[in-house]
Design a protein around this ligand. Structure first.
Ligand code: USQ
Length: 383
């Protein structure tokens, strides 16, 4: 299949490009290095340096003789969008091209408006491009479990049947995002749903939980193929952060009471889920929504698991709850459904101390490069 990956330089975009290229698809990626540039601007660099996209594609070609086409460009710019869609005529588009950090989106007005503008405009341009250049293509969009928030009822996969005054209707499951970033994902879903109804597009919207890890079958071929690994308070996700904190001898930063529960998944399962979505496309006029995570944990449970894994490697770890910089429930009901991917054949890689130890061993090789000042500088706050 001709697959176009928007945001193909990112933590998930690049491993997805490798994975689908390995499967034999024709893969093209577009990226404007937004994430790299924001990290540089905010002085929160990742754990190790990663080559640029052209260099990454060349390394991949050396190992596999497979070509990944690269376009560096801003998908808010219609000329860029038009060029890539005209040139590649994709059969499937995977849209990761968004500012991905909740804390960054809450940093200040500039960061908020950048997040709003980038995320909504790229999604809108993508929708218009699909309509104009490839109306039969399947659009796979990365949304987030954070669209639902933490309601006091079970979370369904995208939709909820409502009975009201004796009549029934299926609606998008109620959304209650916890950051401006998550709110842009809610807006994306609304945009997609509007154009699915209006133009009959084929769309899969993936409600993904926080991802952890750095290894996939393809990135293991060469360390230069590994994705970014952020551990700062803005771009690092909680498990990756705790692992780096453990190695750095920094007490694990449990926010508030630590009862915040989320659905997590290993990066290899993101790739499986995206592949399963691609191989089982939505129908025309369907907005298919699937919850993309494999298991739920509270922050306290994660901290204890990281502590145990570190101890297995002879590293003593302290857990130190800190004042929560976010506005979120710290003790709550959480029961999200996630059977759609299991029914499509997902074989989950579950979190255990072995998985954590393996990642920690790689982090140990970069111990000297860890910048403790960016772990919890308290710059990104919801207040
Ligand atoms: N947390 C801590 N200590 C830390 C960092 C985080 O207790 O040092 C807590 C947070 O308060 C939160 C939970 O851990 O309750 C998860 O935080 P996170 O930073 O791992 O994840 P989040 O900001 O929600 O965002 C990440 C990705 C985002 C994706 C989202 C899925 O950055 O792109 O959409 O996970 S979800 O959280 O399900 O919405």
């Amino acid at each position: 299949m001709r697959v176009l990956i928007l945001g193909g330089d990112g933590y998930l975009g690049w491993p997805t490009a490798l994975h689908l290229s390995k499967q034999g698809h024709d893969v093209a990626v577009v990226d404007n290095y937004l994430r790299r540039n924001l990290c540089r601007e905010e002085n929160v660099e990742a754990l190790y340096k990663t080559p640029n996209l052209h260099e990454r594609a060349a390394i991949w070609k050396t190992h596999t003789d497979k070509t990944i086409d690269i376009t560096i460009g801003d998908l808010c710019d219609w000329d860029v969008v038009e060029d890539v869609f005209r040139e590649y005529q994709p059969e499937c588009i995977i849209h990761y091209a968004e500012q991905p950090s909740a804390p960054y989106s809450m940093l200040n007005r500039k960061a908020s408006t950048l997040t709003l503008k980038n995320n909504i405009e790229v999604t809108a341009n993508t929708i218009f491009a699909v309509k104009e250049f490839c109306p039969d293509a399947h659009l796979i969009k990365l949304g987030t479990m954070g669209e639902y928030g933490t309601p006091n009822i079970d979370i369904e996969e995208g939709w909820l049947d409502i009975q009201h005054n004796g009549r029934k209707q299926k609606f998008l499951y109620p959304r209650a995002a916890g950051s401006l970033y998550h709110t842009t994902k809610v807006m994306d879903t609304d945009l997609l749903w509007f154009y699915v109804r209006t133009w009959g597009l084929k769309v899969t919207d993936l409600m993904q939980g926080p991802v952890y890890g750095m290894f996939t079958n393809e990135t293991l071929i060469d360390t230069q193929l590994q994705p970014f690994f952020n551990y700062d308070e803005m771009f690092g996700t909680v498990i990756n952060r705790f692992l780096v904190q453990a190695v750095a001898g920094y007490p694990l930063t449990v926010y508030g009471k630590g009862g915040q529960t989320r659905g997590y998944l290993n990066i290899v399962d993101t790739l499986q889920c995206v592949q399963l979505s691609l191989e089982n496309p939505a129908d025309s006029g369907e907005l298919r929504i699937m919850n993309q995570f494999t298991e739920t944990f509270s922050v306290n449970e994660l901290a204890e698991m990281v502590k145990k894994s570190a101890s297995n490697l002879g590293i003593e770890v302290k857990i130190k709850p800190v004042k929560n910089p976010r506005k979120e429930l710290e003790e709550h009901y959480y029961n999200p459904k996630h059977s759609a991917f299991n029914e499509l054949g997902l074989r989950p890689t579950l979190l255990d101390t072995n998985v954590l130890e393996k990642i920690m061993k790689t982090i140990l090789c970069h111990r000297e490069e860890i910048n403790k000042d960016i772990i919890f500088s308290k710059r990104a706050s919801w207040c």
